[in-house]
Design a protein around this ligand. Structure first.
Ligand SMILES: [Zn+2]
Length: 500
């Protein structure tokens, strides 16, 4: 049995969950579910990043202690993931004891291995980024992400000897021992090595809301050092029980946004090497998106609340609408104004209509009893399965959705071509073959849908008497003809009622 460890970034919870965090979480969920379907032992981790000056400031504005504020926000994120049917195995919070224990052990290990030294740091600090910026990072003297002038800060810090590990990190990225995807992002990271990447400080004396260094309590761990270690701490790093760490580390894929590329693709592998740990196998970098052509932001009033989407469209359709907008890994635009139209065309008139049409015809012509096997659609379905699998093995979630759409289109085209309502009058034997092919195609569609729209998948498969599909292995599920002749099917309840 293979193992599969997938992570999302831990989200900085100084605001309510929005689709910026829902999007990568959904993508990771699709990958986790796909690997569960394949029978892999899966660990899917998400969580919340709760330390740093900015968090303390936001809490104070809300009239709360940082911990109270974090508790409330973390609960909201968990609720949101729950409503979206996110199947994470764990949720790690950086204010938890297990995380703190891991951070302390990690930093001690870095010091023990001579990767840390004391120094004076003076630099331009952006509070929004929680990072020192170089002149080169600035646009018109401002942080390009937060559009504010960074402050000049000088303090005693402990530094991580990044330079010592850079050649090894670069070598590993070059030869894909650390694979960065998509390819364009790998090139971007390799480009960073050509610039002057300095050592970075792993502690702050100016910040109070954080994890104190074990050997100098006047300093707290730099938020990035603190945050990145969540990926091993959730597996028990720093605790007495490292069973999970031994089983699941290194991560098969970290999903991350392009704004945190340098931290994940350079700092994190370097620190892991310094601490004597293995580096992640894949880092998948997703892009930024606009909403209806505009940058999403509170001031523009176009922040999309996932809770509202779920209320309007349901969890499955929300998953579908968010993930199907543009290729995963690229920048794109979320056409929120078109959601209802897309819902009707792809889901109500598409998958939903096909499922109810096929099960209704089986009911009408054969009283819901599956006719004798036929294999007219076998080859085409096998071809789509291989596209589907290739997509998900390469983390291309949107392409897997395309494959599912192809199954749907194959079915719709087959109905139109064969006109079962006419065969019912002229050729019942042929009708039986056609209905078998349609029911079996619907079964394949149901299985392929499980990672993407789990509830819809289960409804379809239940109607086909396949309630036990999760007990079957993936190879069996993909074989054409699993649907037993003489078995009983039921009419599908409407899966996606049309929206006016
Ligand atoms: Zn910034």
């Amino acid at each position: 049995m293979s193992k599969f460890y997938v992570t999302t970034p831990i989200y900085y919870i100084n605001g309510e969950p929005h689709i910026g965090s829902a999007y990568p979480t959904l993508a990771a969920d699709v990958l986790a579910r796909y690997h569960r379907l394949k029978g892999d032992e899966v660990m899917f981790l998400t969580g919340s990043d709760e330390h740093g000056a900015k968090m303390a400031e936001t809490a104070e504005k809300a009239g709360k202690t940082p911990q109270e504020f974090c508790d409330e926000m973390a609960a909201k994120f968990m609720e949101c993931w729950d409503e979206l049917d996110i199947s994470n195995d764990d949720f790690i919070r950086t204010t938890s004891d297990r995380h703190k224990a891991g951070v302390i052990k990690f930093i001690e290990k870095l010091k023990e291995n001579d990767a840390v030294y004391e120094g004076e740091y003076e630099g331009l600090y952006c509070q929004g980024c929680e990072a020192f910026l170089t002149e080169r990072d600035l646009v018109n003297g401002e942080c390009p992400i937060h559009r504010v002038k960074p402050q000049m800060i000088s303090e005693k810090n402990y530094f991580f000897n990044l330079k010592k590990y850079l050649p090894e990190v670069k070598r590993m990225i070059d030869v894909d021992e650390i694979r960065i995807l998509p390819e364009s992002k790998k090139n971007e990271v390799l480009g960073l090595f050509k610039q002057d990447i300095g050592d970075f400080s792993i502690s702050r004396s100016s910040v109070k809301w954080g994890i104190p260094l074990p050997w100098d309590e006047s300093q707290v761990a730099y938020v990035w050092v603190d945050a990145l270690t969540n990926y091993i701490n959730a597996l028990g790093y720093g605790s007495d029980d490292i069973t999970k760490l031994e089983k699941f580390w290194p991560a098969d894929v970290h999903i991350l946004g392009k704004d945190i590329l340098k931290f994940h693709c350079i700092y994190w592998p370097a620190m892991l090497i310094a601490a004597g740990l293995l580096t992640p196998k894949n880092l998948y970098v997703h892009g930024f998106f606009t909403v209806d052509g505009q940058k999403m932001g509170k001031s523009l009033g176009n922040v999309i609340d996932p809770f509202n989407l779920i209320k309007e469209f349901g969890a499955d359709a929300t998953r579908y609408l968010l993930l199907s907008q543009f290729p995963f890994g690229q920048d794109g635009d979320i056409k929120a104004a078109q959601f209802a139209i897309q819902y009707n065309s792809d889901l109500a008139n598409g998958i939903g209509n096909f499922a109810s049409r096929v099960t209704s015809m089986a009911e009408k012509y054969f009283e819901g009893v599956v006719p004798a096997r036929d294999s007219e659609l076998k080859n085409e379905v096998e071809k789509i399965w291989s596209e589907y699998e290739d997509s998900l093995e390469g983390f291309q979630v949107d392409q897997a959705i395309e494959a599912v759409k192809k199954l749907n289109q194959l079915g719709d085209g087959y109905v139109e071509k064969n006109k079962p309502w006419e065969l019912a009058k002229t050729d019942v034997k042929r009708l039986a073959g056609v209905i078998y092919n349609l029911l079996e195609l619907l079964r394949h569609l149901g299985v392929a849908l499980w990672p993407i729209m789990p509830e819809t998948s289960e409804k379809i498969l239940r109607a086909l008497g396949q309630d036990d599909f999760r007990q079957k292995d993936f190879v069996t599920l993909k074989v054409w003809g699993l649907l037993e002749p003489e078995s009983k099917t039921n009419k599908n309840e409407p899966l996606f009622p049309r929206i006016q």
